[in-house]
Design a protein around this ligand. Structure first.
Ligand SMILES: [Zn+2]
Length: 203
C-alpha cells in the first residue's frame, strides 16, 4: 500500500506552510489564496491537499480562514470536540494513503463547548443526557480525567490541550494503516487555537 502514496509536501514543509498562513491571518494580512475559477477548474481533475486538519465544528474555527488557505489546500475533518472515531480514522487514512498527506493536525480550541460539556458531565457525577451528545462526551471523558489527575486548576483549558494530544496519540497508533505510516514521514501534530488572538500553537 505504502509505495503507491502520491508525492506531497513533507510534514515539515506542510507545518511551515500552515504556520505562515496562520501568521498572515493573525496579522490581518491574509491573502485568501486559491479561490478563483482557474483553481476550481484545475482541482476538478483531482485534489492534492498538503495537510489533514481535524478540528472542532465550532463556528469560530474555520480552518481555511485560520490558516489562510483556499480550495484544495487542506483536507478538513470537523466534529465537535475534534474526536476520532472509525469514520474519522478512515478519512485520515484516505488522505494519507491516496492523497499523500504527510501532516495530520489535531486542533483543539479555547472555550470548546464539547470539552466543557465533558467537564460538566464529570462534575455532575456522570449522568448521561440520553442524547447523541453522550457519544461526544464519552470520547472526550478520558482526556478530562487525565487532566484532572494533574490538578483542578483551569481544568477546561487543560482538558482541551489534553484532548488534542490524546486524539493525536490515538491517530498515531491507529492500526492497521496510520501506525505504519510514521516510518514514511507521516506526522501527527496536536495544536491549540486561541479564539481571541487567532493564533495556533503547536503542542
Ligand atoms: Zn469546540
Amino acid at each position: 500500500m505504502s509505495d503507491e502514496r502520491p508525492a506531497n509536501l513533507s510534514a515539515t514543509e506542510a507545518l511551515q506552510e500552515l504556520t505562515r498562513g496562520n501568521r498572515r491571518f493573525v496579522e490581518g494580512v491574509a491573502e485568501h489564496p486559491h479561490g478563483d475559477a482557474e483553481r476550481r477548474i484545475e482541482l476538478a481533475k483531482g485534489q492534492r491537499p498538503f495537510a489533514t486538519i481535524i478540528t472542532c465544528a465550532d463556528s469560530r474555527v474555520p480552518v481555511e480562514l485560520v490558516f489562510d488557505q483556499g480550495l484544495g489546500d487542506v483536507f478538513v475533518i470537523r466534529v465537535a470536540g475534534n474526536i476520532a472515531d472509525d469514520a474519522i480514522l478512515g478519512s485520515v487514512e484516505y488522505a494519507s494513503l491516496h492523497l499523500g498527506v504527510n501532516l495530520v493536525v489535531v486542533m483543539g480550541h479555547r472555550s470548546c463547548g464539547a470539552v466543557g460539556a465533558a467537564v460538566d458531565y464529570l462534575d455532575a457525577g456522570g449522568t448521561a443526557t440520553g442524547t447523541h451528545i453522550d457519544a461526544l462526551i464519552n470520547a472526550i471523558r478520558p482526556a478530562v480525567q487525565a487532566a484532572q489527575r494533574q490538578g483542578s486548576e483551569d481544568l477546561p483549558e487543560r482538558s482541551i490541550h489534553m484532548n488534542a494530544t490524546m486524539v493525536a496519540d490515538q491517530i498515531r497508533t491507529s492500526e492497521p494503516v496510520l501506525a505504519g505510516l510514521a516510518s514514511q514521514g507521516v506526522t501527527i501534530q496536536p495544536a491549540y487555537y486561541d479564539l481571541e488572538s487567532g493564533e495556533v500553537s503547536w503542542l
